[in-house]
Design a protein around this ligand. Sequence first.
Ligand code: GAP
Length: 458
Amino acid sequence: MHLWVNMQTRTDKMDRIVNLAKRRGFVFPASEIYDSPGAIYDFGPLGVLLKNNIKAAWWQRFVQRREDIVPIDTAIITRREVLAASGHETSFTDPLVECRICHQRFRADEEIPPAGDHEHELTEPKQFNLMFKTSLGPTEEGSILAYLRPETAQGMFTNFGSILDTARVKVPFGIAQIGKSFRNEITTGRWLFRLREFEIAEIEYFVKPGTDEGWFATWLQEWEAFFTDLGVAAENLRRYEHPKESLAHYSKRTVDLQYDFPYGWNELAGVANRSDYDLQQHQRLSGRDLTYFDEGEGRKYHPYVIEPTMGIERAMLAFLVDAYREYPGGRAQRGEDRELESVLHLDPRLAPITVAVLPLVRRERLPDIAREITAELRGAWFVHYDENGSIGRRYRRYDEIGTPWCVTVDSQTQRDETVTVRDRDSMGQERVRITELKGYIAPRLETVVQTRAPSSAH
Ligand code: GAP
């Protein structure tokens, strides 16, 4: 009973997060005016900024700041041969069952929700391939069968030779990519958790065989640190080691990084040891040499691949859930009969709007000064100007979307060219000279990102 009540409370809270995301323009169901098909979403003005900030933090940490990783952007439409060689055409399946009475379809390997008015009568499970098919060419005959890629990884393997030829890389090195992936999921309905169209951020990290287990441990730590450095509470993360029987067809070992989602603990990201499976397969089926010549060892081999991976929307969901707090009765003025206040305590680097500039009143020169400050700060960050409503109401509006700082222009500003900077989390206010505003905010956006240099110990 206690567990159920707890679960119910969490799903109610989740409903309020989904509602906030829609009401404030983070996430909208796709094609909604024609009734959304579900599990496909559009990202509104604040959502696209949050998503871009997550991708930028990832890119900065794992590509820009590292010497051993090169970026790539490969095509979404993938000819059949690639995904046949990788094993996806035969093995990228989930077991599907259908109720003979209500014709709803479910994954046989997941808990099946009961129907209100009947006992499900389920068919035998059959393997359902999750890839979306398409064809290239203007005619049916002679067209080439292709798929929308179900993961970004394969483009990094098929380009392995081109990267070796052009990027002057030496094992150990990685290829990194962020891009759209598509899966025709059987069960949906958990908002951003399981989508049909989503973005994956992943690295294929090529290492000398025999050093793969050490690199696996390093990447698992790196992957966890990405989330904790951006504010996710460590107690909401745990590792899950896949038993041998549940490993994907390409994997020698996989550990999921799970998050305590409102729906329960589930995969947020993962690290897999793909061994030399993909390079071997592509070499065998394309006939191209995909070996690496190790100068130090004076021999050729197929490197092993450690693959850290994460879904951007799933990361977005975890960041939102982790940052969301509710304050019944409000935070600011205790004792007053206020509505429930919600605050997104997002890391400032992820916040969609970094600063809101607010003239205290719409009188004298305050709006003009606030507009000048807005224009100045916009050179560096996303900044809103807002003159509507009481100052308390405006603070709450920006707390709700996670804006870390509100800059208020008041009558003192006209006398001494200072403004107040109000902190979202502490609600503390400091008087800062207008000319020093950028210098006040910038260092607070540059904290903590540190990457471990690749260790030579492996
Ligand atoms: N290349 C390996 C690979 O694609 P995966 O575990 O199937 O591994 C990678 O997917 C990540 O993408 C997962 O850790 C998860 O965060 C995210 N993901 C997977 N399926 C998803 C879906 N249907 N909707 C949203 N995110 C998904």
